[in-house]
Every structure is written in C-alpha cells, then in structure tokens.
Design a protein around this ligand. Sequence first.
Ligand code: SAM
Ligand code: SF4
Length: 347
Amino acid sequence: MKITTGNDGHSRSAMPGIAWEASPGKGLDVNRTPAPVIDYLRVSITDRCNFRCIYCMPPEGVHAKLHEQILSFEEIERFVFVATTMGVSRVRVTGGEPLVRKGCTGLLARLAALPGVEDLSLTTNGSLLAGHEEQLRQAGLSRINISIDSLNPQRFRRITSGRELRPVLAGLERALDAGLAPVKVNAVMLEGIEDDVEAFVRLARERPVHVRFIEFMPIGRRRGGDWRFVSRRRLMDLIGRFGKLEPAHSPAGGGPARYFRLDGMLGTVGFISSMSDHFCSRCNRLRLTADGRLRNCLFSDKEVDVRPFIGGDPDILRRVIRYSINSKRFNRLAEDPGARTMAQLGG
Ligand code: SAM
Ligand code: SF4
C-alpha cells in the first residue's frame, strides 16, 4: 500500500505502543482547498444487531464476524487515542447495535477519559437502553441518538421485522430523565409512511427531543429493495401544514442536519438530506468498522485495513490514517458503496 506522509506539523512519538500525549486538537487539514477539517470519527463496535430493519439488514441477518475478527476494546481505545492526536475530537459509538456488545458502557468510559475526546455520543436503536441510562451518563456519554422510524407500533414492527416500539420509547424517556441531552431521534422516512411525520411533530412539540428525518440512502445489499427516500422538501411541506417552520440553532453535535422549530415546540425537527442535497464538500468524518477498516466515505467501498497497525508504532498508524484521509474524494457520486450493509458500517 502506498502511504502518503503528509505534514500536519503535529508532534509525534516514535515509541511503539501508545503515547499519552495531549491532542493538538484543532482538526486535521487535509491539504485541500477549501480544506475540510476531519474531526469526527464514527466507531462501529459490533456488526451484530437485535433488530432487522428492512432497509438496513436482510431478514436472516448478515453473517456476523467471529469475536476474534472484531476489534477488541483495547484496539478501539488505541485507535481513537491516535486519531485524537491528529485532531479528531468528536467520537460516536455505533454498530450494528452497540448496546448488544457486552461491556459497551465500559468502553464508553474509557473513550470519555481519553485526552482529546471532547464529545462522545452513541447511536442506538434504544431497545436495550432503559435501565442502562444512568450507567451511560456516569460513563461520560455526552448525548445520545435513538433511531425510531415510526411511532406507530404496527408500522414499527413491520419496519424492524417484528420488534416492539414500547421498550424503545421507555428508553427514550429514561434518556431524557437521565439528562443525556440533547436526545436526538433518527427517523429514516421511507416512501409510504411519511404521514408518520405528524406523530413525530407531536413528539418534538411535547418533549425536548430533536427529531431528525433522514433520507434513505441506497447503500449495501439492501439497496436492491423497493424503498424510496422521502425528500427533505416533501417532509417540510408536510410539516408546514402544522405551522410555520422557523430555522433553529443546531443542538450540540452539529453535523449535516438542518433544524427548524414550530411555534411552541420544546424540541426541534431536523433534516439530513444526504440524497437531495450535497454536503460532501463539508464532510468532516471518518468511519472505523467493527473489523478494523477505515472508511473515508459511506458511499465508497475503498477501505483501509488499519487493524495490523493499531498495536504498533503510533506514527505508522497516523500515516495510515492520513493515507485514508488524503484519499477522500468528497464526492459521493464518484463512489461505489459496495455490498456492506449500514449495520456493518455504523451508519
Ligand atoms: N443500530 C443502531 C441504530 O439503529 O441506531 C446503530 C447503527 S444504524 C446502522 C445507524 C443509523 O443508520 C440508524 O439511524 C439507521 O436508521 C441509519 N440507517 C441505516 N441504513 C440506512 C440507510 N440505508 N439510509 C439512511 N440511514 C440508514
Ligand atoms: Fe440494526 Fe440499526 Fe440496522 Fe436497524 S438500523 S437493523 S437497529 S443496525
């Protein structure tokens, strides 16, 4: 593999193993004009999931990796630490379903304690959340995203291939009570169920919840399905029937969502329009898959296997990370997402 060395001017340790140096912190300029700063890392800690959302996983599930094929918590911690020395300061733990991996809370505590991790968040389907919220808060989790694609129990069952909505809503309430704020709800709107927006608007009105409508992306093996995304514009039209949408500040975490509020709402509604808008040029993220591959774009199947470098000289690992960043094309239309499902990639 060709590795570009780059020159970010950050001090580096030549010692093997991890050097607990402070993060230089300001994000990594990738020598492009304009130069997006790569400061956000999504870490998938498992490819397993207790749900089978129809647009994400085939009903029989995917062939899950063996335990030894998945990064250990020590490897994840080392990787995240080295990434922070290159300017990553925001880390999101995801999956598969992260809470199905034993010890997830312990890992979060280790990541939260890393110098340089300024913002630690979790994306979960919420089914195992109730009862763990206090542990998560104590672990240092800053905030949480819960994926709920419908607030109608029957529809929810259809979308998740038979799972129940009630425990997820209980998890949402517990997260609010525990102060894991802001609580964001991710709702992938598929064509045909867009009338669900009314219930989501009610949720954002009555609870301090930030509901983000996500345009379905044709990624992984499920892209052959019959689902179509509902555009931000269509959703804004539908929501506009309940009042005037006024632009709102982004809750903590930023990201590509644009937020709005209807008069009297405790929360907000947001839109992540990955399909109808192009925000590639502003992309600030990298993804680490559960089996130790670095993806610089959700829509690209080009991955760099970083696992062999995690236990060695952090300087070499930094070069490998830089190689991945420098290969980022900032143009999803130029990429081919390949066959890996979102559950394998971490969303
Ligand atoms: N299991 C957790 C969950 O559902 O929140 C974390 C992993 S899941 C892959 C992360 C996010 O990706 C979820 O909000 C899910 O709805 C979203 N997602 C999965 N497949 C998608 C697709 N094809 N297009 C858009 N979003 C997708
Ligand atoms: Fe599992 Fe999340 Fe994919 Fe649903 S969206 S199948 S909960 S990984």
